[in-house]
Design a protein around this ligand. Structure first.
Ligand code: UGA
Length: 414
């Protein structure tokens, strides 16, 4: 099938490359000339395991192309994906500027029946808005079908998740448009939920909010464990074995960050508010998450008898392993708190160092955890990179001023 994907971030690029890998003719579009140039040479502008190999192969086989022109891509495509960012605005409401601009560009270019698929995470009602904008931009309404097809991939395992989805959700106004996507995904062996536009949009927000709620719940339980002497890992295990609860996303620790949960939970709260519903439960989910990180710093402070003049080594900067994404990463809050309290920071991350350096230029970035540990008053595990699970702890202890490791991700047995 001829497919266009507008936006080459984590979602757009992975979608485009995987659809090309499945044998579709894919043209990806990005307005950033630097990204286009990189992609043309087979270099992904993001870090994601496996993407580079798959990109190079699909370019070589002639299934993947890149352009900066929406009209070139849209004119030939049967299905056009919108996969641009929807960052939170000042009050937390998702900012649809990029989605609006792309809808306009698509509307100016449609010349034949086209299914426009919204993959960006958008508030309920956005499908209708996109259709309206496309038609206002000049497209013949008879040629346009807008479909919602939310994305459930996780950064760090995005290719695997896209090829092996738990479910595919398609929200459409008519059966023919939905069937076009069913056909596109027919080689993936996944349960498909076909519903209306609004429900599909809500499934995405509700899913991310529910997962974040699960993590905040176990983190709240971890606080009772701290106070009572219970072990949250055993509690999570005992809970998770109940199939109605399930064991995933019950890993207590520093809390959730990243480019999706913080934005989508807040987005759900603000969208609910705009519809006249006070989603107080989700506000508390956010509050628990925020306090979880600050409580961690308070405990570090208490253990060290104050942070002023102390040297703290940070293990991991990305918001989670296997990604270079630092959006809403816990490392940023922890570094800020330590610096504010008069401490100094050394830090290591396998790939995200440069992005954090731009925010905290005074931090001392090192090539390995062994270097970070040198003369440190404490080490703090923030991102559970696999390589941090097999460190020589004796060697670290020897290098440190005091051998204290605060494990924010429960990688080590106490
Ligand atoms: C999340 C969802 O899991 C995807 O299904 C969704 O497609 C994506 O958002 C999106 O909306 O695009 P992602 O943000 O890539 O994916 O990362 P997750 O693996 O879900 O982790 C999110 C955060 O929760 C991380 O900060 C992680 O450290 C934290 N987490 C996760 C925990 O603290 N405990 C857990 O048990 C699991």
């Amino acid at each position: 099938m001829k497919v266009a994907v507008v936006g080459t971030g984590y979602v757009g690029l992975v979608t485009g490359v995987v659809l090309a890998h499945l044998g579709n003719d894919v043209v990806c579009v990005d307005k950033d000339p630097a990204k286009v140039e990189k992609l043309r040479n087979g270099i992904p502008p993001i870090y994601e395991p496996g993407i580079e190999e798959m990109l190079k192969k699909t370019i070589e086989d002639g299934f993947f192309q890149i352009t900066d022109s929406i009209s070139d891509a849209v004119e030939t495509a049967e299905v056009v994906f919108i996969a641009v960012g929807t960052p939170p605005g000042p009050d937390g409401t998702p900012d649809l500027t990029a989605v609006r601009a792309v809808a306009k560009g698509i509307g100016q270019s449609i010349r034949k029946p086209t299914v426009v698929v919204n993959k960006s995470t958008v508030p309920v009602g956005s499908g209708e808005l996109v259709e309206k904008l496309i038609i206002e931009a000049g497209a013949d309404p008879a040629l346009v079908n807008v479909v919602s097809n939310p994305e459930f991939l996780r950064e760090g395992s995005a290719i695997h998740d896209t090829l092996n989805p738990d479910r595919i959700v398609i929200g459409a106004k008519n059966q023919a448009a939905a069937q076009k996507l069913v056909e596109l995904y027919s080689t993936l062996n996944a349960t498909t939920v076909i519903t209306d536009l609004e429900s599909a949009e809500l499934i995405k927000y509700a899913s991310n909010s529910f997962l974040a709620l699960k993590i905040s719940f176990i983190n709240a339980v971890s606080r009772i464990c701290e106070l009572s002497g219970g072990n949250v890992e055993d509690v999570a295990k005992g809970m998770g074995l109940d199939k109605r609860i399930g064991s995933q996303f019950l890993q207590a620790g520093l809390g959730w960050g990243g480019s999706c949960f913080p934005k989508d939970v807040l987005g759900t709260v603000t969208v609910a508010e705009s519809l006249g519903y006070d989603f107080a439960l989700l506000k508390e989910v956010i509050a628990i998450n925020d306090d979880q990180t600050l409580n961690f710093v308070r405990r570090l402070d208490a253990r060290l008898g104050g942070l002023a003049g102390k040297r703290i080594g940070i293990m991991g900067l990305a918001f989670k392993p296997n990604t270079d994404d630092i959006r809403d990463a816990k490392s940023l809050i922890i570094i800020e708190e330590i610096l504010k309290a008069g401490g100094s920071v050394t830090a290591h991350d396998p790939i995200a160092t440069e992005l954090v350096r731009a925010i905290f230029p005074t931090v001392d970035y090192r090539e390995s955890i062994y270097e970070v540990s040198h003369e440190a008053d404490a080490l703090v595990m923030v991102t559970e990179w696999n390589e941090y699970r097999h460190l020589d702890l004796q060697r670290l202890a020897k290098a440190m001023k005091t051998p204290i490791l605060f494990d924010g991700r429960r990688c080590y047995k106490k």
